[in-house]
Design a protein around this ligand. Sequence first.
Ligand code: UT7
Length: 329
Amino acid sequence: MNLSAVITGVAGYLPPDILTNHDLEKIVDTNDEWIRSRTGIEQRHILKDKDKAASDLVVEAMRDLLAKTNTNPDEVDLVICATVTGDMVFPDTANIACDKLGIKNAFGYDLNAACSGFLFGLTTGAQFIESGRYKKVIVVGVDVMSSILDYTDRTTCIIFGDGCGAVMLEPSEDLTIGYQDAILRGDGSGRKFLRMKSGGSLSPATMETVLAREHYVYQEGKTVFKFAVKGMISAVEDLLEKNNMTIDDVDWLVPHQANKRIIDVVGRSLKIPVEKVMMNIQKYGNTTAATIPLCLWDYESQLKKGDKVVLTSFGGGFTWGAILLTWGI
Ligand code: UT7
């Protein structure tokens, strides 16, 4: 039997502490006007509780998701957690969150594709549902970027924030709804421009790497900006062409929230009206793997069954792509 993977619930969680642009003015040489005009960001949420980590954000979002979808924790089959800031290098954050929530019958794993992690995770989760093998798959995008930000580097610390978004995927025999298609791409040569220099097998942690501040996000912003614009536009155009659609057929564009200027250029180039473009970067900043599910969560009440939704992202790797969904709830 052919099955479609449908998003049957969306949830999100932001840690309670807020770091405004004015707060950042006291930490680095920056100002509210520059941050607003160059990025569109006004504030971001930050996990300040030193006893908490990414899994605690996942627990809060998944608890809400289980309640919204009337799911008993024992019914969950699989949890895929997209993140670059898991609780620790290993074990994975998905299983830590399942343990904390009392999810006993699921298996879980983390997926590292930076800002495209949620798109890659959603595609992976959809395959498990479409194959008929599993019935309840949770896909999470979570990042605690504040744990890997250099708050002396004004070019990176101002754009990122912490957050988590999660969706439930379930099978439907109605193939006109749910996950429809994707164009996903990768280019490892992009690692020059966006990476964490040390802490992996290439350059394990030493006193020297710590002193050289190599355990933080390193980004050549201008270069990444240009690749991001080009990558998201081409992924969406290719996806629409492949599905014999035009931009007029799209009800919602859900772009990765890295910089409002990137979103504006992508929207203008694709010729999609601004009111069809989801945007919440002003409230949360760039939460890496969490931006897209957090958009779906924020706009949930405006989404209608049958809406054509295009998700698109670009990020570290480089990784990028676009997914076409038909909203099913
Ligand atoms: O999500 C993962 C993928 N990441 C992205 O997509 C991020 C893409 N890149 C960007 O969003 C932007 O490149 C940034 C927001 C990171 C930087 O914005 P920009 O417009 O590219 O700024 P810039 O680096 O070209 O710097 C322009 C000027 C420089 O001053 P001079 O040399 O012109 O005098 C910087 O020193 O702005 C200065 N500057 C700042 N000034 C105040 C850079 N950062 C700041 C700051 N506050 N925070």
